[in-house]
Design a protein around this ligand. Structure first.
Ligand code: DAH
Length: 345
C-alpha cells in the first residue's frame, strides 16, 4: 500500500462523486466511495499489517483522503439540491400574465348598448323619461293586463319561455317590453311620457333575422287629448333622427290586442334606399315595430279612466334598428363575441 494507490482511490472516488447526476445518484455514489465496502474502507483493514509508525503515517493519509471525498460529496449535494429546486420551480411555475402583441387596447360598449344609449338620449331630448321592468314576468303583466286573455290567438305568436314556478304557465321570461307599460301606469299618475328599453326572450331558433333573446324599446304616452297624429309625428321624428333625414317612415294598419287602432311602422329600406331589393322583398320598406292608441281595456286594467285620458304606445326591436342602419345581414353576429365584428363599432 503506497501513496500512489491511495491517491488513485481518491481520484476515482472524486470523479464518481462529481459525476453524480441527482441526489439519489449521489447517495449511491457515497455508499460506493465512502461506505463500509468501499475501496477506502478496505485500505483501513489492511493497516493492521503495517508497522506502528507506518500505520500512523499511512492512516493519516487515508483519513485526509476520506475527508476530502466527504467534503466533495457535501459540496455536490448542495449544488444538486439547488439545481433540483430550480428545475421544480420552473416546472411548477404558474404564468399569470398574458402577453399580447402590441399596446393594450380598450374595450367598448356593444353595438346594441350603443344603439340603446343613443335612442335613450334621443327620447330624453324629446322630454321622455326612461323606465325599466323585470325580465321575469307574471302572466298577468305580460299578457292579461295587455288585453291578451288566456286562449287569445296572439299568445301563440309569442313562443313564451315559462318557469316551473307556482301555477303552470304563470311565470315567464317576458316576451316583449309592453308589460313595463302596465308597471309604469300603475306607479305614476299621468301625464306619462316614457320609454322602456330592455331585453326580451322568445323560444325562437336563431337564424339570420331571429335570436332567442333580443332588445326592445317600448314607448308610452298618456295625457289628455293625445291623438293618432301625435303618435305618427313622434315615430317619424325619432326614425329620422336615428337614420338620418333621407329616411321616411310610414304606418300600415295592423292588429295588436293592447292598442286600437293599431299600426305597423315601416322605414325606407336602408340597403336599397327605397328602390326595392331582396332584403325588403322589393317593396322599398322595412317593418320596424308596432304602435297604436292605448286600448280602453288596458286603461281599465290599471284603473285609469279612458274618458279622461288617451295615449299611444309603440314598440320595436333595438337590434333590428341597428341591423338596418349598419346593413348587418345576419343578426346572430350581434350575440357572438367575434372581435372582427365587435371591433367595427
Ligand atoms: N309588444 C309588441 C311585440 O313585441 C310590439 C308593440 C306593438 C308594442 C304595438 C306596442 C304597440 O307598444 O303599441 O310584438
Amino acid at each position: 500500500m503506497d501513496a500512489a494507490e491511495i491517491d488513485l482511490i481518491e481520484k476515482t472516488g472524486l470523479s464518481r462523486i462529481e459525476s453524480a447526476a441527482s441526489l439519489d445518484d449521489l447517495r449511491a455514489a457515497e455508499t460506493e466511495v465512502l461506505g463500509k465496502k468501499s475501496a477506502i474502507a478496505r485500505l483501513n483493514t489492511r493497516l493492521g499489517s503495517l508497522s506502528p509508525d507506518d500505520r500512523k503515517a499511512v492512516g493519516q493519509v487515508i483519513n485526509h483522503a476520506r475527508a476530502r471525498l466527504q467534503a466533495a460529496a457535501d459540496e455536490r449535494r448542495v449544488a444538486l439540491g439547488a439545481e433540483e429546486r430550480r428545475r421544480r420551480l420552473e416546472a411548477e411555475r404558474l404564468d399569470l400574465t398574458e402577453v399580447l402583441p402590441g399596446p393594450p387596447t380598450r374595450g367598448h360598449l356593444t353595438l346594441i348598448t350603443q344603439t340603446r344609449d343613443e335612442l335613450e338620449d334621443l327620447f330624453v331630448g324629446m322630454g321622455y323619461a326612461v323606465a325599466e321592468g323585470p325580465e321575469v314576468e307574471t302572466d298577468w303583466y305580460n299578457f292579461e293586463a295587455l288585453n291578451i286573455p288566456k286562449a287569445h290567438p296572439a299568445r301563440s305568436g309569442h313562443d313564451s319561455l315559462y318557469f316551473e314556478w307556482g301555477e303552470p304557465e304563470s311565470t315567464l321570461l317576458r316576451t316583449h317590453t309592453s308589460p313595463v307599460q302596465i308597471r309604469v301606469m300603475q306607479t305614476q299618475p299621468p301625464p306619462i311620457y316614457s320609454i322602456m328599453p330592455g331585453k326580451v326572450y322568445r323560444k325562437d331558433t336563431p337564424d339570420a333575422r331571429h335570436t332567442p333573446s333580443f332588445s326592445q324599446l317600448e314607448g308610452l304616452v298618456v295625457d289628455r287629448g293625445i291623438t293618432f297624429g301625435d303618435m305618427a309625428g313622434t315615430i317619424d321624428t325619432f326614425t329620422r333622427a336615428y337614420f338620418g333625414p333621407g329616411m321616411r317612415s310610414r304606418l300600415r294598419p295592423a292588429y295588436f290586442p293592447f292598442t286600437e287602432p293599431s299600426a305597423e311602422f315601416e322605414v325606407t329600406c336602408a340597403i336599397c334606399a327605397g328602390s326595392g331589393c331582396r332584403t325588403c322583398s322589393g317593396t322599398g320598406w322595412i317593418e320596424l315595430g308596432g304602435c297604436g292608441m292605448v286600448h280602453p281595456n288596458v286603461f281599465a286594467a290599471v284603473g285609469l279612466d279612458a274618458e279622461e285620458w288617451s295615449g299611444f304606445a309603440f314598440g320595436f326591436g333595438i337590434d333590428r334598428l341597428a341591423q338596418m342602419r349598419h346593413g348587418i345581414a345576419d343578426m346572430r353576429v350581434l350575440l357572438d363575441n367575434d372581435i372582427r365584428f365587435i371591433g367595427q363599432f
